[in-house]
Design a protein. Sequence first.
Length: 347
Amino acid sequence: MAVNETERRAMARALELAARGPRGVNPQVGAVILSPEGDVIAEGWHHGAGTPHAEVDALSELAPGTAQGATAVVTLEPCNHTGRTGPCAVALIEAGVARVVYALDDPGVASGGGAERLRGAGVSVDAGEQAEVAHELIGGWLTAQQLGRPHITVKWAQSLDGRAAAEDGSSQWITGPDARADVHRRRSAADAIVVGTGTVLADDPALTARDGDALLPHQPIPVVIGSRPTPPDAAVHRHPHPPLFFDTHDLDAVTADLHARGIQSLFVEGGPTLASAFIEAGLADRVLAYIAPVLLGGERLALTDIGVASIDQARRLTVDEWVPLGPDLLAIAHPATDNRLQNEGAL
Ligand code: AOF
Ligand code: ZN
């Protein structure tokens, strides 16, 4: 059955409702219930992990029996599992809902399959309505669900000869103002910004996202990884968000912890040891290399050991874009799909 104009308007409304919910461990989801005549009889949205899902939130507005023959318009496929709450597919079936229109499939292994369950119970189901808009809203959540951890960007700035600093450790400024502004915009788009304790001690970074001196509206949560103590007067303590400290080298444990907190994307800012550790662990979905036309020589490499002993172990990247930024050049890249085959020259 094709999606009609009333359902289309209801989806636009459901997407507005979804955006009221918090970003976090659970997705932002909205729901609108239409009577068989096409009137809006209930609205709901998900208020955060542990609270009822959008569908159930909407159904709770209705007296028993009044959803008989109704259409539920939901921004995510109704779930099929008992998690913190019961399966919404079952709640909709039991309420007598005759039709469900939703935007995006639920990627969850346990939670997915709600559409099949609904169809099995004789409910008419249409998927994909305004999926692009829904994806704009919860694309970060979907990606983190699919990865099982936050999406990770590893960024560094380097001289043309691949150095991150001069011999004495000084590194301000390798790149120019356009490149630095670009970094701040991208910091602001991430949920968390990650540095090693070495960088905190060497550079005392504020880890804020700024436009000039002004703070950008969205600030990433600062995360510091490593065993050396952070001085009590370090700039990171003055960040709008309290910093998270991880006294460990186990990056899988760190990313799992951040994922459990609802953090969907990480911006790894270095230094070279931490950036290299993320790359060696296969925890870099995207690389941003800001390359400045300057030569530094010496030992302070932008990356250190990434576990490449021989050329056949090289970490091949595919560049999505080369972006000129004033005199500098940004490479936006991701790991080549099959490093092994590429290294063997088979691709
Ligand atoms: C939500 N809100 O409105 C919908 C969700 O642990 P639970 O029981 O809250 O289940 C969370 C999962 O349920 C979530 O990851 C997603 O796959 C599915 N649908 N979740 O939090 C909602 N419809
Ligand atoms: Zn649900």
